[in-house]
Design a protein around this ligand. Structure first.
Ligand SMILES: [Zn+2]
Ligand SMILES: [Zn+2]
Length: 296
């Protein structure tokens, strides 16, 4: 990729390091500054989605803005039909109409005041990411994914239900699992919890159950459907990923051991935390082989 001239070039010896800059920029502060102060929904903060192709209106059915922070450096738009997501860099690109390089420099140089230019339509990067996600989600069978992440569902067809993985969902008995899956008018499957109202797509389900951020959840789903072809082109050379080896038997033994410990008397503390504080059901914990390791 051709690197446009930036001030970085004018200050010799100084490179713009994406990871360093992202680690320094507090995503919430960047969002507040670029998108306006967050709207609160319970403990969740929401902002209006700045993606040029976000379908109108800017808020969901309950009138809430649709962009939320999903990881230390990741945001995602929850609106149906909009799969925009990204980092603080993408926020600067979308709102200020800047290139990737320029956005990096702006984040590096200005801690807060970014409102300098009117938005300019469409960054190619955003669009590619969005189309890719729709394709990826169309290839994921959400029913199979729910069975895998939440444990086998109860019931058949559209009545099939799963326990809700949302941390704020009240305690669940497992008799009538509240999470259901439906296909939307866009042909994509989505899940909804009829107990607490949590909802989302395959990516949200991975984020919630496996505690991943959006980028990691997307990688997880790509691995799952064996989809390497749709990965967006890397922005800069990326070192080859380490070859994935089979999990070692030692590791497997460790996982087994921790899992046993979680369900023993010793694991009561861990169990208490996961089930009462985090609201995860025994079924979810077992399906994901969650364990307890009190440390040395
Ligand atoms: Zn959006
Ligand atoms: Zn729920």
């Amino acid at each position: 990729m051709a690197v446009p001239p930036t001030t970085a070039a004018a200050s010799p010896g100084r490179r713009l390091d994406r990871d360093q800059i992202l680690a320094r920029a507090e995503l919430r502060a960047v969002a507040d500054s670029l998108l306006g102060p967050a709207a609160r929904q319970g403990r969740q903060l929401r902002w209006p989605c700045p993606h040029p192709e976000h379908p109108a209106p800017a808020s969901d059915r309950s009138g809430q803005p649709t962009l939320k922070i999903t990881g230390p450096q990741t945001w995602k738009c929850q609106a149906e039909g909009c799969d925009a997501w990204g980092s603080a860099i993408d926020l600067v690109m979308h709102t200020q109409g800047r290139s990737f390089r320029e956005a990096l420099r702006i984040l590096d140089e200005h801690a807060g005041a970014f409102r300098t230019r009117q938005p300019r339509p469409t960054s190619q990067g955003g669009r590619v990411q969005r189309l890719d996600l729709a394709r990826l989600k169309a290839r994921v069978d959400l029913v199979e994914l729910a069975d895998r992440l939440l444990g086998p569902g109860k019931g058949r067809g559209r009545g099939r239900g799963w326990p809700c993985p949302h941390p704020q969902h009240p305690a669940q008995t497992g008799r009538t699992p509240p999470l259901k899956i439906k296909r939307g008018s866009d042909g994509l499957q989505r899940w909804k919890c009829f107990g607490c109202g949590a909802r989302g797509d395959a990516i949200d389900l991975v984020e919630l159950t496996l505690q991943r951020d959006t980028g990691e959840a997307i990688r997880y789903l790509r691995d799952l459907v064996g989809d390497r072809a749709v990965a967006p082109p890397p922005r800069r050379p990326v070192p080859p990923a380490p070859r994935r080896a089979k999990p070692s038997p030692v590791l497997g033994g460790y996982v087994d051991q921790c899992q046993k410990l979680l369900w023993s008397d010793t694991g009561a503390v861990g169990r208490d935390y996961l089930m009462k504080r985090r609201g995860l059901s025994a079924q979810i914990l077992r399906a994901n082989r969650v364990g307890y390791d009190p440390g040395p």
